[in-house]
Write a protein that binds this ligand. Sequence first.
Ligand code: PEP
Ligand code: MN
Length: 353
Amino acid sequence: MDLESILLPGLTPQRPMVIAGPCSAETEEQVMTTAKQLVDRGQKVYRAGIWKPRTKPGGFEGVGTVGLEWLQQVKKEYGMYTATEVATPKHVEEALKAGIDILWIGARTTANPFAVQDLADALAGVDVPVLIKNPVNPDLELWIGAMERLNNAGVKKLGAIHRGFSSYDKTIYRNIPQWHIPIELRRRIPNLPIFSDPSHIGGRRELIAPLCQQAMDLNFDGLIIESHCDPDSAWSDAKQQITPDVLEYILNLLVIRSETSTTENIKELRKQIDECDTSVIELLAKRMRISREIGTFKKEHSITVLQSDRYREILDKRGAQGALCGMKESFMRDIFEAIHEESVRQQMEIINK
Ligand code: PEP
Ligand code: MN
């Protein structure tokens, strides 16, 4: 699976593939005006939520089926492809009947395996691209599980959307990116197209440009961005929507770097990294040898393997030393926690021999 597998005729496999449009379809006029402004700025794929998952009842829950007719009109008048969120088999049925080109599964739905299985059953054998947003909780297996359910149902044009993860902590983001999760997804399923959703990660306009750039630097394939003809009066997610004008501006400024390095320079630097890694491994092995000697000493003198004070001292000192060398203290602590764990394991082997 690669970007070409979800590409529709007429789209080029160029990074980034962009899906843009309002968070929600609100009125026929809003849908058509936004689409016209987007198509005039070169956009080819239009998103709009028809059914909106809301945290509490009483919010705007989407216009429902009537909005599908507006999306059909976007397709007919402006030749754009259309995309919307489906959360139930009924949504799937209606969206397919209306000829929607791309479906996506929302973050709240991906978190529920029963709901995903119902969608997979409804989509069985259907040849429509389906993009799966990450679940609200940072659980890569749950995300991959959702893709497996669809894949098992014969849905072959699959993609992922990284929209960040919910957290109780207050951060600058609406949903913290935890980039290592989509990076690990890429390692596990190398050819799966991955989109970034800077609108839902950032939750505010100023963060969209830097998040788009970050996604491109991490070699994501596409972007799904909320764009509205009048963002301030949007019925949902007003703070994170941008005008088609601003969208064009942001996309034009993006620097797209290629993944493959052609320069000798980077080869040379990689050789140096390989050498560093070899030295790190040799040093670790030496440290473990010394640790085993300490293990023998502890055995002979009947001392416990775990010496809490010493462990605390190591974590504190190494954290501070690392910080002096420009590394995060928490990163140093993680490393030395892992080293200590292996050290204890090796000493336990000696003591119990
Ligand atoms: C959306 O795309 O408008 C949406 C509801 O997103 P998410 O499922 O990521 O919250
Ligand atoms: Mn939204």
